[in-house]
Each structure stands twice: as C-alpha cells, then as structure tokens.
Design a protein around this ligand. Structure first.
Ligand code: COA
Length: 328
C-alpha cells in the first residue's frame, strides 16, 4: 500500500455574537477587569444564547472549513467531534452534526478529552488516514461551556467561553501535513478540574441542582502548575520526536487557558512570543474549541504559509495533554 500523509486542507470557526466583557462580570460577581486581565489575559468571551447548542456552532465552523477545502458534505468519510458540552447526553453531537451537514457517507463519533480534545482528534485522524482507513475527516472542537459554568463562582466563571473550530484532514501522497502527534493523560488528577454531577455516579436530583455540583469545579493554582508542566512536556517531546526545534517552528498555537501558562510554555521551548498565537483576550478558555478557533484565525489572517512548521499544544481536565506538529 502506498504511504499516505494527512494534510489540513481547510479550517473554519464560529462563535456566538453575544459578548460578555469583564465589565459585565464586575456586575455579576466580586471581581474586577484588572484582576481578570492581569491573572489570565482575558478581556471578553462569547456566550451562546438560549436555544443554541454545540452542534449549531460546529455546523457553522464545519461549513467554512469545507468551503476552504473545496469539498462537499458527501465526501466526508469520518466526523470526529471533541466536546465536553454536547447538545444532549444521547446521541452524540457528531450524529446531530452529520444530519445538519448531510454528511451521509461519514462514520461519526464524539470524543471527550476536554481542552486537549482537538489534539486527540487530530491524532486519531492522522493515524486513520495513514493506515488507509479514511480519506477525508472532519475534526471539530466545540463547546458551550457557559452551560456548565457556575455564574456565582468567581474562581471559574471569569475564565470560560463558547465557540467552535473545525479542520478538514485529507489524505495526500506528498510528505508533509500532520508530521507527528503526542497525547497523554493522568486520570489520578481528575478531581482537580471536574463537573462531579450529571452522570451515573451523581445523577441530577433536586439536591444536586441546588448545590452546584453540576457545574465546573476547579483547584485553580494546582491546575495552573500541572498545565505549565504538561504543556512544556508536550511541546518538548514533539521537538525531540521530530527533530524540529524552536528555530524551525514558525508559529505555536497553544490552548488559550491563561496568558501566563502560554508564556511559560513558550519560554520552556525558547520560542519568542512573536511566534506564539494568542486570542485569549477575545474568547477566554473555550476548551476543545480554543486551538481550532485560533488555528483558523491564524490561517485566515495569513500568519501560516505553505511549508511553515506549526506546533499545537494543549492541556485540559482529566488531566489530558498533547501536541501536534504540522508542516503546512
Ligand atoms: C484561576 C487562576 C487565574 C487564579 O490565578 P492565581 O494567580 O492562581 O490566583 P490565586 O489562586 O492566587 O488567587 C488569588 C485570590 O484571588 C481570588 N480570586 C479568584 N478569582 C477571582 C476573581 N475572578 N476576581 C477577583 N479575585 C479572584 C481568590 O479567591 C484568591 O483570594 P484569596 O487569596 O483571598 O483566597 C489561575 O490559577 C489559573 O489560571 N489556573 C488554571 C486555570 C485553567 O487554566 N483551567 C483550565 C485548564 S484547561
């Protein structure tokens, strides 16, 4: 069998129009624009209105990615959708999206790897293309985190936002594309960032609704330390695996959780910040959507040229973490 390579041939993104600024949050919880900006880099985030769900934004982002790649829905043979905020527990949001798109020839699956979900999706897509099982894969990261945020908890509600990003990954004969990926997890630290209720262990009851256990709970400083360590490791491992060091990385697109985590990751691989893409000020942390939204913005703004090496690096609840190195 002829060797195949996995190339990203289209990107797209979408976010709600509704903007929630730090000034808006000052009226909701005991916080200030200065605290949020200096501790996180976030100025505003997008919030989905009632009635809109993950598949709606995934649909908008997917159409843009398909248009850029020049493919129709019928050509897609696999949809991998990463989210922790599905439209509903059953069926998968990928199924709902398949129907909206009319991607009738696609197998579809949701994956849950929190903020690392898009990197996990790219890793699976690359492997399935290189082994000849699929040719045109739609990979999506999408979240409506506003639905699982406790709007009374200032420790978390200032951090998160909603949105979607998509990429078409296509089989190619020429070397290049997604050169390599690295994915890892450590489930022993799950308790540091979680939504405890809403599954089989703690089903939703009137008590649960009252006590906030169906919302995101986070030990911020512990998560911060683990994120710095894990994102540094993910970037370093891929540099070691591929031999492509920071001198040859044109752009790093990190998960947008906190500007200080991003800066620490860049320092770890000695990459100057002018080669690091940052849009956290506009969206906050959109979990699985953060990297594909940033990738699409960088791509559409002409920051990525053919032949450039682009490093994606993520960390999220689980904990999960990972990286991908792409020759564009
Ligand atoms: C949450 C985070 C921004 C807090 O920043 P920090 O520098 O660690 O701040 P600290 O934990 O030292 O908190 C300092 C104080 O600010 C307070 N504080 C927390 N949120 C606040 C807010 N929105 N506004 C004002 N004060 C706030 C805390 O209560 C604490 O007060 P205390 O000292 O009286 O107890 C930071 O820990 C972080 O980004 N963690 C990682 C989060 C993340 O990325 N999660 C997703 C991973 S994918």
């Amino acid at each position: 069998m002829k060797k195949k390579y996995a190339r990203i041939t289209g990107t797209g993104s979408a976010a709600p129009d509704n903007i929630l600024t730090n000034a808006d949050l000052e009226k909701m919880v005991d916080t200030t624009d200065d605290w949020i900006t200096s501790r996180t880099g976030i100025k505003e985030r997008r919030i989905a209105p009632d009635g809109m769900a993950a598949s709606d934004y995934a649909y908008q982002a997917s159409l843009k990615a398909m248009e850029m790649a020049g493919i129709t829905a019928g050509e897609i043979d696999l949809i991998i959708l990463a989210t922790v905020t599905p439209d509903a527990p059953l069926p998968s949001t990928a199924c709902i999206l398949q129907d909206k798109l009319g991607a009738v020839n696609a197998a579809v699956v949701d994956i849950v790897a929190a903020c690392s979900g898009f990197i996990y999706g790219l890793s699976f897509a690359r492997a399935l293309i290189m082994t000849g099982q699929h040719d045109k894969i739609l990979v999506i990261g999408v979240e409506t985190l506003s639905r699982i945020v406790n709007w009374k908890d200032r420790n978390t509600c200032v951090l998160f936002g909603d949105g979607a990003g998509a990429a078409i990954v296509t089989a190619a004969d020429q070397p290049g594309g997604i050169l390599d990926t690295y994915i890892k997890a450590d489930g022993s630290l799950a308790h540091l960032l979680q939504v405890p209720a809403g599954g089989g262990r703690q089903p939703i009851t009137p008590e649960i609704v009252g006590n906030g256990a169906r919302y995101i709970q986070m030990e911020g400083p512990d998560v911060f330390k683990s994120a710095v360590k894990a994102m540094g490791e993910a970037a370093t491992k891929l540099i070691e695996k591929t031999g492509i060091d920071s001198n040859n990385i044109s752009l790093m697109i990190p998960h947008q959780a906190n500007i200080r985590i991003i800066e620490a990751t860049a320092r770890r691989i000695k990459l100057p910040m002018d080669r690091v893409f940052v849009n956290i000020q506009k969206y906050g942390n959109t979990s699985a959507a953060s990297i594909p939204i940033a990738l699409d913005e960088a791509n559409r703004n002409g920051l990525i040229k053919p032949g450039d090496n682009v490093m994606l690096v993520a960390f999220g609840a689980g904990f999960t973490w990972g990286s991908a190195l792409i020759e564009w």
